[in-house]
Design a protein around this ligand. Sequence first.
Ligand SMILES: Cc1ncc(COP(=O)(O)O)c(C=O)c1O
Length: 426
Amino acid sequence: MTVQIADHLPTDGAAAMRATCTPTIAAMEGSLILGIAGQVRKLAEAGQTITDLTVGDFRPAHFPLPDGLRARLHDAVDAGETNYPPADGLPALRKAIADLYSERLGLRYSPESVCVCSGARPPIFATWALFVRPGDKTVSFLPGWNSGYYAQLFGSDHHFIPTSAADNFFPTVEAARAAIKGARLVVLNSPLNPTGTVISAEVLAGIAEAVVEENRSGRGPCILMYDQVYWALTQPGVVHHNPVSLVPACAPYVVQVDAISKWMAATGLRVGWAVLPPYLQERMKAYIGHVGAWAPRPEQVATAAFLQAPGALEVFRAQLVESVGQRLHRLFDGVMALRAEGLPVDAIAPQGGIYLSFRVDLIGARFATNEAIRRWLLEEAGVAVVPFQAFDMHEQTGWFRMSVGAVSMADIEGALQRLGALLRRG
Ligand SMILES: Cc1ncc(COP(=O)(O)O)c(C=O)c1O
């Protein structure tokens, strides 16, 4: 006889979940961006023309994997590289990452500093788990990616530090210094999701120096988590800075987070890593091992071989930066042309990542919230964007993230035309 599970389950699932899970997990929120993506999908399925600028991902039809990576992935599976990898990654990959950081970022870490994981999220989660106790002060800057969710999960006393468009959505050195006092974990990301802007050497050095001072103050350890998953996607002429290059004395306190997800257009392969001092790496390895969040072995073998193939990454990266940049610059130019017509929009010139900061300046005039503007753009123009509220900002400023990873140039032309028509109609 087959047991019908549904007959034995509580009728009010939500109430049963609340009674069963811990309060922290019961209160955990899902991703707002995924909620918006669901709405976009429904409208598209209903036949509406939509340019989907919401997803922080690559559509493989527009942005395929590097050929050399795909081929090596097949080879690895065929060669039987399919058992458990070491919990902190295959030695060949850890060495390839240490070499990459030495050659591209001028940082000579040993392979013992590298902890390979399944994408960038596990080392981010592990960093919170390693250093943050409930009630500890943690800091991130607004807008920013996902820190609110982690702060809620770890019960920290989280401080969101505001920034402004005039400062490229990074903090001033003064604001960052004040915030870092007493903090146990400082979360920083550049190139920044959601804005597509890049931190200046001056501000990053100021933050790194403040972290060193905090650690020497006797108040307790203060870790800087530097999330640079878009570092290899900076636009030509833009420099990606690193806190350890600028202020080497901060090396004992910095966890660098990175992945092939974005700069190899490989979000689904799940290869990421932390680079951190060996005295901390060993704890991260143990934690990642218990969670089982290691990267799949064939992906590790293929990534190591691809990174070590002379010129392979540079050739791929140049193409990717060009095709991402072409889309970002077309969107930016299009928005600025609408602005030149006197329409209430603005944008910040693309610097890095796959995002453009886009503003519709109608708060107070016609709309009360970013959410109302978002729906108007989606429903009336088929232009799907993500409000900065999805990045922990509460202020209603009319700023949105546009992401180009899932669209063609033709999609962008269509979006600009429909956007212009909607704004002119008012
Ligand atoms: C700033 C930032 N960090 C980390 C991640 C997570 O990357 P992964 O897919 O490798 O876990 C993302 C993904 O969108 C991101 O934007």
